[in-house]
Design a protein around this ligand. Structure first.
Ligand code: SAJ
Length: 415
């Protein structure tokens, strides 16, 4: 297929991945933005959407995208729908299958289907391809978006492409090279591309689990884990710092390893390390709750009158996304204890009751548990915390010596 400014591109799924992609593609091609949510489409038509991606945000007002709920015949289809997991942590491919089935109804020879959603190795060959005509061109270019990142955007992040035939590779490469800052890195197959993304995020989850485990041990020895990691990071090679915390949230790192585990299990392979890492990270909310309960009891804080404030519901700093957030697991665990007077505040996520400010929130609690290191709390003067009976720093983002110097009890994660 030749690619030029008349090439039609349908981006299916206009979330944090699909919308920025549609916007930068619309600078070069005829783009239709497809989503099942008419509410989402109306927000987009009216221009009142929050775009985290810096490059897409700059271009949004200058591009023309047709927003629609239906998939129409296009030269290129790009699937950017969620691929979550069920409660039992098995892959939930319903959105992916629905999107590909809607493409199959209008697909014509030589059109290209690109899957950007994160999927386990084998998904394109075993699930996507059977839903399309046998001659369909299929490529996988795993999404690489880092919500809230002020440096890396959908335009500048390097990408990887694998496909089911040479023509699909060429077409996908020409397409992405037309819209991205750097040429795509081509791999030999769909499986290689699927495996790349799952490996990237599993690598991160395993390394976070490593520091979460040693943090629990260093805590016993009275060693400051954050200090040790910073020292280890002075090694200019063969060490990449990760940090202990109250848990791993988000729809990438907390989810993608389960895709690898599930695929392995289906073929009789047990990912022992990957599974153990998921287990360690999933236990961190409980660990922080246990540490907090022990500290409150040692301080003589009475359950019936102690107000516990959870700061941060978003899964990472300065974003509004609270999917898989460990904060909710912290809250759930406290509700099973006698310390169940729980209050929440997040400047990016609406809560009830709502608070005027961080100061207003802190004035109405006794124990502060920091679950998300939003910039707001990093910048707060120490006086903000002076009324507190205990600070639990679930992201090791505050200065313990400064806090302890002001006689406010403080515990972190591994410090
Ligand atoms: N977290 C830790 N310790 C760490 C790093 C993260 O506990 O050292 C926690 C965070 O608090 C958060 C969760 O893990 O709850 C995920 O954090 P993240 O920084 O990995 O953020 P994500 O989920 O947005 O990950 C994205 C991913 N990008 C894609 O999947 C395309 C991931 O691949 C990137 O590595 C990551 O951004 C990044 O590097 O920032």
């Amino acid at each position: 297929m030749k690619i030029n400014e008349d090439t039609t591109v349908s981006v299916i799924g206009l979330g944090y991945v699909g919308l920025p992609l549609a916007i930068i593609a619309a600078s070069e091609f005829v783009v239709r933005g497809v989503d099942v949510s008419t509410h989402r489409l109306n927000e987009l038509r009216e221009g009142n959407v929050k775009i985290d991606d810096i490059e897409a945000r700059d271009r949004y007002e200058y591009v023309d995208i047709e927003y629609t709920t239906s998939v129409q015949s296009s030269d290129i289809y790009i699937v950017c729908v969620p691929t979550p997991v069920y409660p039992d942590h098995t892959p939930d491919l319903r959105y992916l299958i629905d999107a590909v089935e809607s493409i199959a109804k209008v697909y014509q020879r030589d059109q290209l289907v690109i899957i950007e959603s994160t999927i386990h190795p084998g998904t394109c060959d075993e699930i996507v391809a059977p839903l399309l005509p046998t001659h369909a061109l299929i490529a996988h270019c795993p999404e690489r978006i880092n919500p809230g990142d002020v440096k890396w955007s959908v335009y500048s992040i390097p990408r990887v492409v694998g496909a089911n035939c040479q023509e699909a590779v060429l077409t996908a490469s020409v397409f992405y090279n037309s819209i991205l800052e750097k040429p795509v890195h081509v791999v030999s197959s769909l499986k290689a591309a699927e495996s790349c993304k799952v490996l990237e995020n599993t690598f991160r989850d395993v390394n976070i689990a490593l520091v979460n485990e040693v943090a629990q041990f260093f805590s016993i020895m009275g060693i400051d884990t954050k200090e040790v990691i910073s020292a280890a990071a002075t090694k200019p090679f063969a060490f990449m710092p990760h940090y202990p915390g109250v848990g791993v949230g988000g729809h990438c790192i907390a989810v993608d390893p389960y895709y690898l585990i599930a695929k392995g299990r289906s073929l009789g392979f047990d990912h022992k390390l990957v599974s153990m890492a998921r287990s360690i990270n999933s236990q961190m909310p409980s660990y922080v709750v246990q540490q907090t309960l022990a500290k409150m009891q040692s301080l003589g804080l009475q359950p019936a009158i102690t107000r516990i404030g959870i700061y941060g519901l978003a899964y990472k700093p300065n974003v509004s996304d609270d999917r898989e957030s460990p904060s909710y697991r912290v809250i759930a665990r406290f509700l099973y204890t006698s310390y169940n007077r729980i209050f929440m505040y997040d400047p990016f996520v609406s809560t009830t009751p709502s608070y005027e400010s961080l100061q207003d929130f802190i004035e109405n609690i006794d124990v502060l548990i920091v679950c998300t290191a939003h910039k707001e709390i990093l910048d707060a003067p120490l006086s903000t915390f002076s009324s507190l009976k205990l600070i639990v720093d679930g992201r090791n983002c505050l200065d313990p010596s400064f806090i302890r110097m002001n006689n406010i009890p403080y515990i972190g994660v591994g410090r």
